[in-house]
Design a protein around this ligand. Sequence first.
Ligand SMILES: [Zn+2]
Ligand SMILES: [Zn+2]
Length: 154
Amino acid sequence: MTQAGERRTRQRESILRAIADAGAPVVPREILSRAQTKLKGLGLATVYRTLKLLAESGVVRVVEIPGDPPRYELADKAHHHHFSCRLCACVYEVPGCCGHFEEHLPPGFRLESHEVILFGICKRCADARQARESTGMRSESSRAARKRKTGRRG
Ligand SMILES: [Zn+2]
Ligand SMILES: [Zn+2]
């Protein structure tokens, strides 16, 4: 193999490893920062070019979340769907499928494929929100306690 060919193979492998390690669909910038730790000198243009080739050859799949830049995942994964957190914009993999979409089709229609994206708040954001709310409540109740004290005095 030529030196350029070897380099391309290494780039391709480090990009595929970065996508696999992410465990969820990732944007090119995140792929770059993950792959850079293994392959110094890798640039965003190379990541884009390699992703395009990998998508064309069916090794990776593009995951489109409305309003987000395209994300990439390995194409050989079992059928699954995605969850998009509306607070941190992270995308998570949701294993399995509720299926049975045929039942909702008008008579005579044939289903070929489907896409399901779940939107909501991820656990990390929900926990952070709850922590914020409970500290908010604590300071609220201490303010109320101070008020009561002043009230007693006056
Ligand atoms: Zn979140
Ligand atoms: Zn499904």
